[in-house]
Design a protein around this ligand. Structure first.
Ligand code: CA
Length: 220
């Protein structure tokens, strides 16, 4: 799950980023309107968290532009607590939910999950590959029906492999899904894959030499 956080107040942005990251989400941050407009319109995000007061282009105008351009990504607007005007304006502009500031981490995550649930009602949230099952809604990984504890980075790797439905994922692409960048992290990826292999046992994550990794479709 990839989330764009558009917020110009650095402390808030960093806080949201940290909360989401530890919950297994991949987070991209942007601190101004024009750049956010570009990113939200050209890249794929599962949710956009949008502050209203932004330099360059305010959040409401930005949201209206996205919607008029056909960008359908679910948007959660950050509003001042108690400001119903902002909320109404936000919904009118095409927001799917709002999050009043200041907020508790639990509230952020609960609203985000609810939003993803509503947005994903048409899309499958369970991915299976052989003995593995990945629940994208709860971000859980199961092997033979037994839950395997994974770190957020490990989850992102498994999810990426599981959504490839049996095809091999190039190492670079997998690394990008895990770390958000693809430069110089080949070694880090190998370390992570080895750790996952120890957790899952042999024969689950397979190597396509010189290319990348894929999940076994063997069911025993
Ligand atoms: Ca602001």
């Amino acid at each position: 799950m990839r989330i764009l956080v558009v917020e110009d107040e650095r402390a808030i942005a960093e806080h949201i980023g940290a909360v989401l990251h530890t919950s297994g989400f991949m987070v991209e941050h942007c601190d101004n309107g024009p750049e956010a407009w570009e990113l939200g319109g050209t890249e794929d995000f599962d949710v956009i968290i949008l502050d209203l007061g932004l330099p360059g282009l305010d959040g409401l105008t930005l949201l209206k532009r996205w919607r008029s351009e056909g960008v359908e990504t679910p948007v959660m607007v950050l509003t001042a607590r108690g400001s119903w005007m902002e909320r109404v304006d936000g919904f009118d502009a095409g927001a799917d939910d709002y999050l009043p500031k200041p907020f508790r981490n639990e509230e952020l995550l609960a609203r985000l999950r609810a939003l993803l649930r509503r947005a994903g009602q048409l899309a499958p949230t369970m991915r299976t590959a052989g003995r593995l099952a990945v629940d994208q809604r709860t971000m859980r990984v199961e092997l033979d029906g037994r839950q395997i504890p994974v770190t957020p980075a490990e989850y992102r790797a498994i999810e990426k492999l599981a959504t490839a439905s049996g095809s091999a994922v190039p190492a670079k692409e997998l690394s990008k899904a895990v770390h958000g960048h693809d430069e110089g992290s080949r070694n880090a990826l190998e370390v992570l894959i080895n750790r996952l292999r120890r957790k899952l046992g042999p024969g689950i994550i397979l190597t396509r030499r010189g290319f990348g990794y894929y999940l076994s479709d063997e069911t025993k």
